[in-house]
Design a protein around this ligand. Sequence first.
Ligand code: FAD
Ligand code: SF4
Length: 379
Amino acid sequence: MGAVYHLDSLLETPNEPYELINTLLKNPMISEFVKDEVPVRAEIDKDAAKEEQMRVRFAVTKMIKTWSELRDVYYSKKEKERLVKEGKYGSVDEIGTQLASLRDQMSTKYGIKFETDYVELEYSAKLVPDGKRCRMEKPYFKNILFVGDAAGRGIFVGPRIEGLNVGIDDAVRAADAVARALDKGDFTEKYLGEHYSQSVEESPYTHDLKAIDKDYLKIFLDAAKDVPKDIISSKYGLVVKMMSSDTLRSFAVGFANILGYEKLLPIIETVDTYVKVPTELAERLGKSISASYTPTIPSIAQRVAKLKFNDDSSSHIKVLKPTSEFMKKMVTLCPTRCYLMEKDGVMIQHEGCVECGTCSEETDWKHPHGEKGINYQYG
Ligand SMILES: Cc1cc2nc3c(=O)[nH]c(=O)nc-3n(C[C@H](O)[C@H](O)[C@H](O)COP(=O)(O)OP(=O)(O)OC[C@H]3O[C@@H](n4cnc5c(N)ncnc54)[C@H](O)[C@@H]3O)c2cc1C
Ligand code: SF4
């Protein structure tokens, strides 16, 4: 599960990125969607001999640990395949069967119950490009073609989140350009790069990237046109009422497009839009939106502790301007709290870095050496 947030907004009003994901997790619609189960120990028989109480306590701890570790493995394609390759299990299905059998033993042998809760497997963060602002004008360099995120191409605005489609569309165009270059044995910029660049220019996504302001407002208005006006708070109600009239709407859309979507976002992207209105709509349609549990959300320290790193003793990030405003904001904006404010300015502790790229704008940022750095288990 991921939250997409605008870096510019966060730079303007620094907020810890994990707080945003935590807010999302507490939204009842999301909590219900991501629920899992956690084991809860039964009371130990206090009348039993002390040795027996110790034995049971130890056995339960061991069993819960084995089950939790195996479940983490079961959810990771990479880890499952490793265990099968190492001969610890005959097949992936066998891991599933073992997991079910352990769960069964936990209940029958030790009276362990299972409660609904949120279980986070792996925490991560990544900077995705807003193609409106940072797409490469020509997505090639010499005979290297850039695709999707690498070319700074993606549509990320309001309800339109289309990095995958853009990346796939670019990749098809790049493959086509490479096939053509292979046929002719010509990998010059003119034959390969320019052909790809022109093809990308013709992509419907490139058109949308350029016209996103107009699209954004249109998508929002179309989505909001049937929403009962009394649900929308008075602040926006008047605007939406105005937009319902065809004459006023074209005038208002024109005006909004002059303002630009950076100014529209904070008005439209609110708790009202994403939580209050959908919840009230569902309730009017007879479906109550409430969570059946309160998710236990790990702290940032617990999240980082669960990640797997191949430690690099030297830092892949060098702070260039320790007292700049941007770097000061990184103390709050780094998703794993790698930056600290010291007497002489901002300092980095690179060990917990998840290589999201957020701080790259004002640092000397390189990927960690070889296979060092974060080692994701789930994607
Ligand atoms: C939280 C979040 C939510 C999102 N939600 C959506 C959504 O709902 N819909 C949507 O369309 N898009 C969404 N996106 C964006 C989307 O995931 C990306 O735009 C898309 O995956 C980009 O595809 P890509 O192929 O360009 O790059 P990537 O998917 O990033 O692929 C690049 C690959 O290269 C690998 N790589 C990097 N360096 C090396 C190296 N040195 N050697 C070998 N391999 C390397 C990486 O591990 C990665 O697998 C979301 C992104 C985030 C972060
Ligand atoms: S140090 Fe920089 S790249 Fe690493 S997690 Fe923090 S902001 Fe992201």
